[in-house]
Every structure is written in C-alpha cells, then in structure tokens.
Write a protein that binds this ligand. Sequence first.
Ligand SMILES: Nc1ncnc2c1ncn2[C@@H]1O[C@H](COP(=O)(O)OP(=O)(O)OP(=O)(O)O)[C@@H](O)[C@H]1O
Length: 231
Amino acid sequence: MLAVQQLESGYGESVILRNVTLKVKPGQAVCLLGRNGVGKTTLMKSVMGLLKARGGTVSYKGADLTKKAPGERAKNGIGYVPQGREIFAQLSVYENLLLGLEAAKGKARAVPEEAIAKFPALRSMYGRRGGDLSGGQQQQLAFVRALAAKPDLLLLDEPCEGIQPSIVDDIRGVIRSIKSESETAILLVEQSLDFAKSVGDYFYVLEKGAVAWEGDLESLDDEVIRKYLTV
Ligand SMILES: Nc1ncnc2c1ncn2[C@@H]1O[C@H](COP(=O)(O)OP(=O)(O)OP(=O)(O)O)[C@@H](O)[C@H]1O
C-alpha cells in the first residue's frame, strides 16, 4: 500500500530524515516510535506531501507519488490527522467536515454515515465553532474529517496527545474497528507503548532521522525500549 524508499527530507539547511525505508501493507497498523524530535512528524508530512522529499521515493498503491501535491495524495485516498489537529477555529464543525469531503475521491456531498458513526457525539455539535470544542472533541473532529474522504491509508500523528482517557479509549476502539471492518492501512505516530501495542501490528523506531529498529510489535522488548525510547 505505502512504500517509502530511502527518503531524505528536512527544513531549510537541515536534513532531518536520512535514508528512511518503510512499508505499510493493506489492513496493517504500523507504529512509528522514537523520542521527541527524531523526525516522526517530518516523516508523516513527507508522506502527505506537505514537505518535499530531497531524495528517495514515496509510492502508494504501486504509483510514485514523490512529486505529487498534498491535494492529489488526498484524492488518491491518503487521509491525515495531523499533530495538533489543525481544526479551523472559525468554521463550524460541519464546515470542517465538508473540508474533509473536498479531499474525497468520489462526489459525496454529505458526510458519510460510517465516518460520523465512529464518533457519534459530534452530530450534536455540527453548528458549533471548531475553536469552541475541547481538545478531545477537536481530535474526534479531525478524525472524522479524515475518515469522511474514505481513505485507504490513514496517517495518525499522536492522536492521543493531551486527550482525556475516555476519549483515548474511544480512539483505540475506532482504530480497532477500522482494522476489523476494512483493509485500510494505518501509519500511527504514538508515544504510549501500551496504546501502540493495543492497536498496532508492526513498528519502526526512528533515531536521529533514520530507522534504527523494526519488527512485530509483539517482539518489542525491554532492550529496544531502553536503547531507543526511554527518555
Ligand atoms: N518547521 C520546521 N522548521 C525547522 N525545523 C523543524 C521544523 N519542524 C521540525 N523541525 C525540526 O525537525 C526535527 C524533527 O522534528 P519532528 O517534529 O519531525 O520530530 P518528532 O519525532 O515528530 O517529535 P515530537 O515527538 O516532539 O513531535 C526536530 O529537530 C525539529 O526541531
């Protein structure tokens, strides 16, 4: 589904990602782990096309997307829930969702029922301003906005960061239900190993912008945790 090959990326003079190669298969949830600042968000932005690759390739469903703009990647079925949510504060909840539909592959004019059904509490908030929602409600909105376009690949950048435990449980349930109902591929940046293990199949650890370790999440042992993840 997604194949990143020898990717190099960065900001201005600084090179952040070096020679990153990873894969996400259909139906698989892959977790991107690593300490703060190692380049996890940079990798997500590079897959979404918000940051241009300086070297290497990003392929999706066998097509080379490396030079494609973010909008085109979204139309091809890549959904993105960015770190910090990036809700439009002045727009209503429903208008925020319509922006997700803009990215859709088809011509849907209404938010698909299966997307809003993942976080049904949002239905009663359609008329509220995005900026007036709590952090947890905004995260649910960002999630449904991405799901509205019926993505085949979902990029989730720290969806549980700063979110109350009950909504973290909801997010865990939604990720599991997406996995059980569809072949959607998921690439998840996550700080909590417990959360990663509860939804993920495979992991990559980034260290200084490069892949330092990878394996099945079940095989993630204390030595790897101490070496690459303990702060
Ligand atoms: N817009 C930017 N301009 C310049 N440097 C940046 C920018 N965004 C991030 N960086 C730098 O790139 C490096 C990687 O940042 P990135 O956000 O990808 O890390 P991360 O692993 O996602 O960290 P965190 O867990 O804290 O979100 C850091 O050194 C950061 O300071």
